[in-house]
Design a protein around this ligand. Structure first.
Ligand code: BGC
Length: 715
């Protein structure tokens, strides 16, 4: 740290504040305000980092100006949103979450890091680990879905993948866990809107993924745009200073979201930029991304005594330490000079694997899929059939939107002997169903859903269903009497009960990235099993939102025969599809569950007993009783039926996958430590209470289908 001490004693106030200023320098525009040419600011030491500039040559040229032409020669760092791939675009995170595979999540982040680093990127604004239970919110696409355990595992896997063994490795990039916190719970699903949730839900659901990211060593964290109960996250002393830095011991850098510090004025908690800057800095926000607050407001905040020089110094030191850890002082263009990201064909294969494993087979009546080997004639219709750029979804990094494999290209490559005809339409075109002659087709593949711009940031939808003109097309196709397979492209669960009622076969294909068409063909042909499972509960109607597997019990649980119970007059309380739902081409059944010891909880047998400090072992025996090999995902939920605080109807504690050939049997083993049985008591302090617990094992969160075993914790 001697180098940093020496630098800091040399820096003027302007140069110090400069280290806290990040501006955009490239063409991707990711916020409402744009910047001019940053060169003179870099040269004058008024800018410490840039976002949205990529390319080895471009970043190296700018870095050379910082290092050779600024007074102190402090290197810049370059930040970029590498959300689901950099050059090679992988499935959107919500899709990838459906694979329920931390090794895959880590591997795709690793590839993305290597590609980004070769493009001169030092830090990514990812992973996005906002739990989201509201598909109206467009950014549900960017994250892990509804469950805090899944989000925590994804957070850790992505941080490991981005950062590798060491930040100084020129093939690694620093990770920024975002958006801290509860950004996924805006009122009415409207992006950037206010959040008002209980301290318990915050601690049970929204904070754990960030704790996991910090434990995995995330270098940076981005506070969210929203307020919680009136305190904007950019100025949230209790959560930023006391919880994140205090309780959790986070030593890294806090980077504001785009223009968020200046937006403290709009929130109504600061009267001017000096007050806004003081609020953010005092809460521990080190870097001001794209707002004038630190540059223009901090000097005045210092004069007015709203901040101290020690506060500024602490932030500057954290930024310089990050630059040191990234190896930038010793090798300012080390990333640009390192050998690239490995073999392109291997990256393509990884993208194809990630994409096919993200696909969720929602419905497959009559075993329409996989396609019969000799299928002769397929009609591929709908606005997404030939849509290329749409396949990457929101946040495509530096990916080329001219090269994704379309659905029809994927099918043609996989079925060279079949006659594949298309009546694809422009994503925005109104379709005349009468123009379609489908009678000659053995099968119709109907490609419906959203365009990329319909999900992601600033893309909330009050009615997240299938656009009306597509519905007209779908009705016509379904009325044709031909067998129909529906592919739903989207960044969220799409609400379309009419479709699920009438279409025999539907797959959620999200936005699958560059290899979309090939991955879809892999699954439709049965070359790969349909192995994705829903990371989010799929609602029947907007009126059910928010809906998720972890709801708490009601004093009047829904009962069809009793009007005074918790239900709707006009809709079932159950979702369209539960969390974890997804069909396989195999028929892998759970044949036995053993908790603690064989036959625990059998009829007549006393529940298995365990004590604090003892682990609970769970063994799940499975058998593939079908004619095809495939993969199943098993979920371990906990239910604590009596506690001093009402506990959720289901809490996910673990999950694992197993692949089985036809006729094969296999075993999945799980182990729950005592901490899995702890919860926050009435005082919000963690506690474990003796008594009965149910271990609920199943292939989804369908409560009626779970295999429940009661065990007892004794003091
Ligand atoms: C988004 C962030 C993103 C930033 C920089 C903001 O609008 O909320 O997720 O990292 O822009 O592009």
């Amino acid at each position: 740290m001697a180098r940093i001490d020496a630098l800091m004693s040399d820096m003027t106030l302007t140069e110090k504040i400069g280290q806290l200023v990040m501006v955009t320098a490239g063409t991707p525009v990711t916020g409402p305000v744009a910047a001019g040419d940053p060169t003179s600011g870099v040269r004058d030491g008024r800018i410490g980092s840039l976002l949205n500039l990529f390319g080895a040559g471009e970043t190296a040229a700018m870095q050379t100006i910082a290092v050779e032409e600024s007074r102190l020669g402090i290197p810049l760092f370059f930040g970029f949103d590498v959300v689901h791939g950099h050059r090679t675009v992988f499935p959107i995170p919500l899709g990838e979450a459906a694979a329920f595979d931390p090794d895959l999540w880590e591997a795709t982040a690793r590839t993305a890091a290597e590609e980004a680093a070769a493009d001169g990127i030092d830090l990514t604004f990812a992973p996005m680990i906002d739990v989201a239970r509201d598909p109206r919110w467009g950014r549900i696409a960017e994250g892990p879905g509804e469950d805090p355990l899944v989000a925590s595992r994804m957070a850790a896997a992505k941080v490991r993948g981005f950062q590798g063994a060491a930040l100084a490795d020129p093939r690694s990039v620093a990770a920024t866990a975002k958006h801290f916190a509860a950004y996924g719970a805006p009122a009415a699903g409207r992006d950037y809107a206010s959040v008002d949730i209980s301290e318990r839900t915050l601690r049970d659901v929204y904070l754990p993924p960030f704790a996991a990211a910090v434990r995995a060593g995330a270098a940076a964290i981005m506070p969210a745009f929203n307020d919680i109960a009136g305190i904007p996250m950019t100025a949230h002393l209790p959560l930023l200073r006391d919880w994140l830095r205090g309780e959790l011991g986070f030593r890294g850098v806090l980077i504001s979201d785009y223009n968020a510090i200046a937006e403290l004025l709009n929130h109504g908690v600061a009267a001017d930029l000096a007050e806004a800057a003081a609020l953010a800095l005092t809460a521990g926000v080190d870097i001001d991304m794209m707002s004038p607050a630190y540059e223009q407001g901090l000097p005045e905040a210092l004069d007015r005594g709203l901040v101290s020089l020690a506060d500024i110094d602490a932030a500057v030191r954290r930024v310089l330490v990050l630059k040191e850890r990234l190896g930038l002082f010793d090798a300012p263009t080390g990333r640009q000079q390192a050998t690239g990201a490995g073999v392109a064909s291997a990256r393509r294969e990884r993208a194809r694997e990630a994409a096919r494993r993200s696909i969720v087979l929602l419905k497959n009546d009559g075993g329409l899929l996989p396609l019969a080997a000799g299928i002769a004639r397929i009609a591929v219709v709908g606005p997404l059939a030939e849509a290329r750029a749409e396949m990457v979804g929101p946040w495509w990094g530096a990916g080329d939107r001219a090269t994704p494999v379309t659905i029809i290209e994927g099918l043609r490559a996989a079925l060279p002997h079949a006659r594949i005809e298309t009546a694809a339409t422009d994503p925005d075109a109104v379709v005349d169903p009468a123009a379609l002659d489908l009678q000659a087709a053995d099968l119709v593949v109907l490609c419906l859903g959203e365009t990329a711009a319909m999900s992601g940031e600033a893309a909330s939808r009050a009615d997240p269903g299938i656009p009306d003109d597509q519905r007209a097309l779908a009705e016509a196709v379904l009325a044709s009497g031909r067998p129909v397979v529906v592919l739903l492209s989207s960044g969220r669960p799409l609400i379309a009960p009419w479709l699920f009622e009438r279409a025999p076969c539907v797959l959620a294909t999200w936005f699958l990235g560059h290899q979309a068409g090939h991955a879809i063909a892999d699954v439709l042909t049965g070359h790969a099993d349909a192995s994705g499972r829903l990371p989010v509960t799929w609602p029947r109607a907007v009126g059910q939102i928010p809906i998720h597997a972890g709801e708490r019990p009601s004093g009047r649980p829904a009962n069809a025969d009793d009007p005074y119970t918790s239900k709707y007059l006009d809709l079932p309380v159950t979702p369209q599809f539960p969390f974890g739902h997804g069909l396989s081409f195999a028929a892998i059944d759970i044949v036995a569950v053993e908790v603690g010891h064989p036959a625990a909880g059998d009829a007549g047998g006393a529940p298995w007993i365990f004590r604090p400090g003892e682990a609970v072992d769970i063994l799940v025996r499975l058998e593939n009783r079908g004619a095809r090999g495939g993969e199943e995902t098993v979920f371990v939920f906990l239910r604590d039926p009596v506690a001093s605080v009402a506990r959720p109807l289901l809490e996910l504690k673990d999950f694992a996958r197993i692949g089985l050939a036809p006729g094969d049997r296999g075993v999945l083993r799980f182990r729950l430590g005592t901490d899995a049985f702890a919860f926050l008591g009435p005082d919000l302090a963690p506690r474990t209470e003796p008594g009965a617990f149910e271990i609920c094992i199943g292939r989804s969160a369908d409560r009626d289908a779970l295999i429940r075993t009661t065990i007892r914790l004794i003091a």
